[in-house]
Structure formats: C-alpha cells, structure tokens
Design a protein around this ligand. Structure first.
Ligand code: ATP
Length: 437
C-alpha cells in the first residue's frame, strides 16, 4: 500500500485547490459521488485518452476507431444478458439503515459499521432506465449504456461491409457509461457516471488464449510507459467464480491505490458469446467468412476494458510527491510529459517592469504555437514555481532584467529544479527537443 499518510485526502484537496476535479453541483450541497473536471483535470483526462488512442489505434495497423451512441435499442441489453444478469446483491442494515454490496461483506449477516442485523441480499439491476419520447408509459423504456462494448458488437456487420478487415482485428472506443452502483466511493474510483476506454479484438477461436496473454502484456506496459511505478502495478487473474456471465477468462490490471489494490482495467476473453447472442436475437448473419479456408464462424473476442477516470486517478496518485527543500516541503506532481496538462509556463520575474512583462507575454504567445503554454504574473516567482509544480508543468521560463539585455531566459526543469540559461531565439528548439526526447 502507498505509505504516504492521508494521501487520498491530499489528492482530493489538491484537485479542488488547483482546478483538477470539483464536487458536482457543489453550490447546491453537491451530488454525492459525482465529480466535474476543471481546467487542469480536463487537460489531463484528454491527454490520457489521446495517449490511449495513439497506442491502440494510430500506432497499430489492426484496430479501427468508433464512437457509438449512448442510447441503444433496448433489445441490445436483452441479447447481451444485462437485463437478466447485470445485478449486484444489496443488503440493508436494520439498525443504522446503511446499504451494502453483499460481495464486499465479510459477514453477510452483520452490519460492518454498527454490527446490526442485515437484511437478506436482494438483487439490484445496475442499469439506469429512462424514457425515449414524450410519453412515460413504459413503451419508450430505454437504458443508459452500462458499457461501451455493445456499441461495437452491434456494428460488427457494418465494419465488415464497409472496411472488409481480416482477422485478427479490433474496434476501439472511448465513451461514457452509467451504472447505478450500490456503493460508489473513493473519489472518482467508483462513480455512477464514468468513461471507459474499450477494445473489442476479434480473433480466430483457436488463437484466443494466446491473444489474451498478448493483450494483457500490451496493456500492462501502456501504464508503465506513461510513468506508473512498477511496484504499484500488478496483474490479477480472475478465479472461475468471479468471472462475468460472458467471460471464459479475465485478468485485471490493478493499481496500488491508497485504499488498497484495485482494478484499473480488465482484459477478458468474451468468447463468441456476444456475436452469437446478437445474431440470435436480431436474426442477422454475424459470422465471419474466411476467404482462404472458405469457413464461416463466429470470432472470439478479447476485450481490454479500462476506465478513464480510474486511470486519471492512478496517474495523479502515482505522480504526487512531497520533497523537502531547505525548511519547506515542495508538492510536485511528476506527471509524464505526454500527460502533464501544461508543458510550459512563462513567468516575468518583476511584474512592475512593463518591458519585462511585454517580453514575457511575447515569448508566451510565440511558444503557444508549438506547446500548451500559460503566462502567469499573479504572484512572486517562488509562489509561481510552486503553483506550476502542483499542476505538473514541465518547464518554467523566467524573464528577468538581464533578459532585456542578453536576450536570454532561465528555463527551470520541474523534476530536477535545475536551471538553464537559453537564448530566446533558441528557446523553441530547446523545449521541442526536451519534450520530444
Ligand atoms: P469493479 O469490479 O471495480 O466494479 P468491473 O469489473 O465491474 O469493475 P468492468 O465491467 O470490467 O468493471 O469495466 C471496465 C472498466 O471500467 C473497469 O476496469 C474500470 O476502470 C471502469 N469502471 C467500471 N465501473 C466503474 C465505476 N463505477 N466507476 C468508474 N470506473 C468504472
């Protein structure tokens, strides 16, 4: 477990203080377990999604991107098994009235908080229901999707007909999913509205076991390549009794959160369950025709399914650091350069000198053409550095009195705090090399 005391409280507080993540509807007392991403949070989240898209779509030749609608035909959820099987058992305490997920209970009869008697576990479907159209009489019943996956299965035929891909190939999608969780919590770790990053990888049935192992390694390394410390990441194969109704095998990638090892992503062998179910319920031909062997069959599906919000939280927790600097403590968020919301901050040393301010603003404007850059002159230089460290800004460029004469600026590295004196003409090249090395 991460040993830093109260690390979660520190992360939640930093997220609010610096504009990463806010409580939803806070001025009305907040909507519990629902969170809004602020100016730095949305940049970090977008960077996580871009890094995922690059590694899984642009860097490979066998994956195609998609963006399906959240609302789908209600029959999708009958065919997928979600109407019948997507349940959690919940149990209520007869004394303190708190509600628990039975799977989380050590003793299913006693309340873990007040030791009162618990009710029998009752099934609770996790899908959010709503109505399509103006009449709410049940005929327009529709669900908010609990996973993005089904949008890819029901488009399998469209993809075959429009792109003619050969096995193995995959579809990738990032989007919102909704689950009426019994016990949400741990900040953004478990919420009722969240975003998923999912791949459905179609393979010949005989190759599924091998491809599952390849995907587990590929996805595990993605987190390491983006800076997650090796000791905080592990693979955990599912036991037979915890497998979802559609899966033959599954391995979770877990992160060592301050509240314990927990799932970041699951990589499952969904077999041919989904395509067969949709073929049966829709009465459409969803088999793949192999032009070489002239065989028709349902491909197996390997599904790496990760959460955007959980990844963002893991990257933040992992990057958070407190360093002793002289008599002070420096809080620094050492996010990987591809994930850091801001790459460069330009800071004037003296804001009461118009020539310095003017030069600093000109440099910032020029750097914005190449890098995500901000200009800030709202505090003393020491405070400005600390502020940038807390949001993970990679380089601070300081313009001082001497810059007016020697046309040079000071560039400070976030992690080492070492400073280089660089000619203004050379600044873009210097930063480009650092950021693309
Ligand atoms: P858990 O066991 O933690 O409830 P799960 O096994 O039900 O998760 P999956 O159905 O495999 O989750 O969903 C794939 C990914 O979507 C998860 O690994 C997680 O990153 C993300 N995810 C699922 N449920 C939530 C949630 N309620 N809040 C935030 N992210 C979620």
């Amino acid at each position: 477990m991460n040993t830093n005391d109260n690390l979660m409280e520190k992360i939640v507080s930093l997220c609010k203080r610096r504009g990463f993540i806010f409580q939803s509807s806070e001025i009305y007392g907040g909507l519990s377990n629902t969170w809004d991403y602020g100016p730095f949070g949305v940049e970090l989240k977008n960077n996580v999604k871009s890094a995922w898209w690059k590694a899984n779509v642009y860097d490979r030749d066998d994956i195609l991107g998609m963006d399906a609608a959240i609302l789908m035909h209600p029959k999708v959820w009958e065919a997928s098994g979600h109407v019948d099987n997507f349940y959690d058992l919940k149990s209520d305490c007869k004394s303190c009235k708190k509600r628990f997920k039975v799977a989380d209970l050590k003793d299913p009869k006693r309340c873990p908080e007040c030791k009162g008697e618990l009710t029998q576990g009752r099934p609770f479907n996790l899908m959010f229901k709503t109505h399509q159209g103006p009449v709410e009489d049940g005929t327009g019943l529709i669900y908010l999707r609990p996973e993005t996956a089904q949008g890819m299965f029901v488009n399998f035929l469209n993809i075959l007909d429009s792109k003619h891909p050969k096995l193995p190939f995959g579809l990738a999608q990032i989007g919102k999913a909704f689950r009426n969780e019994v016990t949400p919590g741990n900040f953004t770790f478990r919420t009722r509205e969240f975003e998923q990053m999912e791949i459905e990888y179609f393979v010949k049935p005989g190759e599924a076991d091998k491809k599952l192992e390849e995907w587990i390694d590929y996805r595990f390394n993605w987190y390491l390549n983006l800076g997650i410390k090796k000791e905080n990441l592990r693979k955990r194969p599912h036991t037979k009794d915890e497998l979802a109704h559609y899966a033959k095998a599954c391995t979770d990638i877990e992160y060592n959160f301050p509240f314990g090892w927990s799932e970041l992503e699951g990589i499952a062998n969904r077999t041919d369950f989904d395509l067969k179910q949709h073929a049966q319920v829709s009465q459409k031909e969803l088999q793949y025709f192999d032009g070489t062997t002239k065989e028709k069959f349902y491909p197996y599906i390997i599904e790496p399914s990760g959460g955007v919000d959980r990844s963002v939280l893991a990257f933040l927790v992992d990057a958070y650091d407190e360093e002793k600097v002289k008599d002070d403590v420096r809080v620094v968020v050492k996010l990987n350069k591809d994930l850091a919301p801001i790459k460069v901050a330009v800071l004037p040393l003296l804001k009461n000198r118009p020539e310095i301010v003017e030069l600093a603003k000109r440099i910032a404007k020029d750097l914005k053409k190449c890098f995500i850059t901000v200009y800030d002159d709202t505090a003393s230089i020491g405070k400005l550095y600390r502020r940038q460290d807390e949001v993970g800004t990679l380089y601070c460029v300081t313009v001082d009195v001497q810059s007016l004469e020697d046309k040079q600026v000071t560039v400070r590295d976030r992690d080492t705090m070492l400073q280089d004196r660089i000619g203004i003409d050379n600044l873009k090249k210097y930063l480009w090399e650092k950021l693309n090395s």
